[in-house]
Each structure stands twice: as structure tokens, then as C-alpha cells.
Design a protein around this ligand. Sequence first.
Ligand SMILES: C[S@@+](CC[C@H](N)C(=O)[O-])C[C@H]1O[C@@H](n2cnc3c(N)ncnc32)[C@H](O)[C@@H]1O
Length: 288
Amino acid sequence: MSAAAAITARPPAREFGFEPADHRAISKMVYDELGILLPDGKAQLVYGRLAPRVRACGLESIGDYIKLIERDTDERARAFDALTTNHTSFFRESHHFDDFCERMWPGLVERLNKGGRVRLWSAACSSGEEPYTWLMAALGSDRAAAQKLLKRDVKLLATDVSPSVLETARAGRYTAATLRTVPSALHKAWVRGQGDALSVDPMLREAISFLPLNLLGEWPIKTRFDTIFCRNVMIYFDEPTKARLQARLADRLEVGGMFYIGHSERLAPEVGKRFECVGRTAYLKVAA
Ligand SMILES: C[S@@+](CC[C@H](N)C(=O)[O-])C[C@H]1O[C@@H](n2cnc3c(N)ncnc32)[C@H](O)[C@@H]1O
């Protein structure tokens, strides 16, 4: 559907003016900054997500809001925050965690116990369900053993471009419904609280560094990782952006490390040469 059609197909009940040119201007800003594609058919979604910001700023149209975010970087960040899609869940695409626990974790534990270091990265972690799942799955329900291991040189970096989801991730507070996909033994070991006031155990929260990072920008990251999860974000990018990002992530991964991507995502052919596909959307890095 064209922007004009997407905009005019709705009943004329919009609170704020929204022209096809406004949608194009927002799409360009979001693409240039975040790499996210917002084609014409997403016009209603864009309106729905920005309307609360337009209201909060006391403006009368999306056009006025665009003028504001062109000069106000804080408000622009809020607009981008509103426009990201943050859907996630505990144990999403859970065979990736099974694969990591079988293929990678025993060797990494051995390395930790010999005084070595382990680095893991959840890139585009959203509100934290993915990195918390990762740690729960790897550590299992033996809290004493987990505590001992977490004192070793193991770090899990979890990054996202959206400040609001990172806030939720750092707080580690979730509803019972959100936590319902956590297996009961792990729930018992790692979830605190009652009713709907539940939170992830501080031992897990403290083991994860949640940091803001735009995957398209500069990365102040020097380390190489033993495993990277980068799932369900590349679906929003075009092919050249996906290929560039995958190549950069591959550069940050140790040979012998694992790279997990979302179920509907694929490796670009030139990046795929550096990996062996060892499971569904699970790739072992075999060449530098
Ligand atoms: C659908 S969620 C996926 C979360 C998790 N990886 C999963 O698979 O459940 C996509 C996340 O990507 C983030 N994102 C979008 N564009 C980004 C960018 N350019 N840099 C970093 N994160 C980005 C969004 O903020 C959102 O939290």
C-alpha cells in the first residue's frame, strides 16, 4: 500500500495531521539512524506510535513534530524509542539455548575453571528476556554452583538502542504472564516475589551488563566474543544493512564461536562462507 493510500484508507478520525510527506520524512530519519525500514504500509503504525509524543509535546500535527525532532535530539531519541518494535519473550526460539548449552557451555565452563575468560553478547536484547534466558539455561537451577561460576571471568554483554527497554531489562521486573515460559525448576531458582510483582534474582541481574548500543553506529567494544545472539532485529533491515552488520558481528566473534540469528533471518552469502550451519539459524564460525 502506498503512503497516500495507507493514510487516506483510514476514517478521518485522526487527532493530528499526518501527510504522506511526513511519513516519508520519518522513514528517512529512522532508516538513516537505525537502519529500520518503515515502508508506506507502516504509515498507520508510525502514526500510532508517534501520536502520544505529539500530544505530550502539545503540538498539532506530525509535521510540527518532525520540525521539533530535527532540532531537539532528546525528543528525537524518544521518537526512535517509540518506533522500535521490542517484542521478545523468555525462552523464545528455545532450541538456540539448548544448542548453546550442549555445544558451547561445557567447554566454556572448563575454560573458566582453568582461569580463562568467557565473553557473551546478546545484541538487540530488548527488555532482557533473551540474556536472562541465556544465563538461566546455562547455569541451570543449582544456585551454589552458579554463584561459584559467576565469580570467574565470565561476562554477558546485552545491548539495545532503545533506552526504555534497557530500563526494564536492568530492573529485571516482569509479570507472571511474561515469566510463564520459564521452566518451573528455573523459575523456582531464579525468580523472586509473588503474584505479579516478580523479578529476576539479583545474581543474574548483576552478571549482565546492559548497555545502549546502535548496531549501525560505532561500537566501543574491543573484545571478541565466544557466542553472539543477534536475533529478530535484522528482519527490520534491508539486505546491504544486514550483510554489513553480520560481517561486523562475525569480526567480533572468535573462531569456534557460535552465532545465533532469528528464525526468519538468513546469513548473507559472503558472511556465510565464514560459518558452518550446525542447526536451524545456528552458525559455528570456522574461518576468520
Ligand atoms: C524484536 S526485538 C528482538 C529482541 C530479542 N533479540 C529477541 O529475539 O527476542 C528487536 C530489538 O532490536 C532493537 N533495535 C532495532 N534497531 C536497532 C539498532 N539499529 N541497533 C540496536 N538495536 C536495535 C529494538 O530496540 C528491539 O528491542
